[in-house]
Design a protein around this ligand. Structure first.
Ligand SMILES: *[C@@H]1O[C@H](CO)[C@@H](O)[C@H](O)[C@H]1NC(C)=O
Ligand SMILES: *[C@@H]1O[C@H](CO)[C@@H](O)[C@H](O)[C@H]1NC(C)=O
Ligand SMILES: *[C@@H]1O[C@H](CO)[C@@H](O)[C@H](O)[C@H]1NC(C)=O
Length: 431
């Protein structure tokens, strides 16, 4: 697939296209707002369109767009046959990589028809000037889904125009509009095209619809509406009492090379038992980890709470602060010094074994505010390790060896490569 990021493929599950009409005040009734408009000829559709906002009820679609896609634009051109159009879309993935994909569409009976994963039929709804709004109803694996996609000749539309679209979504009882970062730089027309996109997407859709990945991918929910300042404001933690007990580790992000690789290849589940330590304001964190191959092991880390911060030395010195999070959750931002470099991590724990998609999105927003790598969502495929799990006393020693070896530039580079590959494979649902 050459230079084209697999990720881009991954991102492309969802899209559609395109309507031109006059702006309507939001005071219209739902019936008026959802009334299809006429589109007799392809003339108004030709040219370039920036994707402004969308929603899609397909499982996983929201997560994909939200976490992976930066922006997208479409180039529509006439074909020799009347009422046939060629559509090439250019998509920029979260990591800046670009890709394009081309397919044909026909305009028939005021509706646009094309095939993408399955047969799609879109009608046009009223929208802003220089905009098109497509309402697409489609079936995948016997389930009905709805997508609404707003495109514009402009990179940016007014707040009123966006509100109009959101009202239309509300009228269909769909509230989770995603606004695309359409003012950021778009991909050039030279972006490499993705071969076999549809085939890969079919696989992807199959994976996304499996139960075990649904955790992060239910479609309906409200956007996170807090500022980074609010999301990153440290919490007070005067005593160890709120920390005592069991925490399931559900998501994390870490910029230390190798951590993604270890998590993804080495670990199936993780939970922490915090118990009071021998001295006031000290804790023992007993980590229970199930490895990817099945066996469980645990190990202790001694910690001290001081000045609203948790400190420990498990080979390398670390300091943590607590950030705002969901009820029954614990969000820890840690700073770890390895060979003179300070790495940051964010780990989300909960008393619950699962958190809601909205809670995960809030976590993701915090990861974005800190400019940390895409999070790893940890969802055990098996049981969590029992509390009776045997201690692995060599754990600290193994960790020390890993830290020592990472002083070597080659090992560090190798870790960066495996982290990168794993991130791509994760996106494909391969691991
Ligand atoms: C689009 O239609 C044209 C003309 O029928 C055909 O040559 C071309 O292969 C089609 N493109 C795709 C991507 O199917
Ligand atoms: C939206 O929900 C309301 C109330 O539940 C219902 O009356 C209406 O028919 C729904 N509209 C659509 C388009 O599903
Ligand atoms: C680990 O900590 C727990 C809880 O404080 C304690 O019961 C256990 O003995 C410790 N294990 C080791 C090997 O220190």
């Amino acid at each position: 697939m050459g230079n084209v990021s697999m990720l881009v493929v991954c991102v492309a599950v969802i899209f559609s296209l395109v309507s031109v009409s006059q702006t309507a005040p939001v005071s219209q009734t739902c019936e008026e707002l959802l009334k299809p408009i006429e589109m007799k000829t392809t003339d108004l559709l030709n040219g370039n369109w920036y994707k402004i906002a969308s929603l899609n009820t397909q499982i996983g679609a929201r997560t994909m767009v939200k976490l992976l896609m930066k922006n997208m634009w479409s180039q529509i051109s006439p074909m020799p046959l009347p009422n046939m159009l060629s559509n090439t879309f250019y998509m920029k993935a979260w990591d800046g990589s670009c890709a394009s994909y081309n397919f044909n569409m026909t305009l028939e009976d005021n509706k646009l028809k094309w095939t993408y994963i399955g047969p799609m039929t879109s009608s046009f709804l009223s929208t802003c000037p220089d905009c098109i709004l497509l309402l697409t109803i489609f079936t995948i694996h016997g389930r009905f889904h709805t997508a609404m996609d707003l495109y514009s000749r402009r990179r940016e539309i007014t707040a009123g125009e966006l509100l109009h679209f959101k009202t239309q979504a509300d009228c269909r009882n769909l509230s989770s509009v995603i606004v695309i970062q359409s003012t950021t730089e778009h991909c050039p027309v030279t972006a490499e095209s993705i071969p076999n996109l549809e085939e890969n997407l079919k696989k992807m859709v199959y994976i996304m619809e499996r139960e075990d990945v649904n955790l992060v991918s239910v479609s309906q929910m409200a956007p996170v509406s807090h500022t980074c300042e609010e999301l990153l404001k440290p919490l007070e933690m005067k005593t160890i009492d709120p920390l005592i007990g069991n925490w399931h580790v559900l998501a994390s992000s870490n910029n230390q090379p190798g951590v993604r690789t270890l998590h993804k290849l080495g670990m199936d589940s993780l939970w922490s038992k915090f118990s009071p330590g021998p001295l006031p304001n000290t804790l023992t964190d007993t980590l229970h980890m199930r490895s990817r191959h099945g066996p469980c092991f645990s190990f202790n880390i001694s910690m001290t709470l001081e000045d609203n911060k948790l400190k420990w030395t498990n080979v390398v010195p670390s300091t943590s602060i607590f950030l705002p999070t969901c009820p029954d959750c614990l969000l820890i931002q840690s700073f770890t010094t390895v060979h003179g470099t300070i790495y940051t991590s964010l780990a989300l724990g909960s008393r619950r074994k699962e958190v809601t998609v909205h809670e995960l999105l809030a976590f993701n927003a915090q990861v974005e505010c800190l400019n940390l790598p895409r999070p790893i969502f940890i969802k055990s495929k098996t049981e969590y390790c029992p509390v009776t799990t045997e201690q692995n006393l060599e754990m600290e020693d193994s960790y020390r060896k890993m830290i020592d070896s990472s002083a070597d530039g080659f090992v560090m580079a190798a870790f960066r490569v495996t982290d990168y590959l794993i991130e791509k494979a994760e996106c494909f649902g391969l691991i």
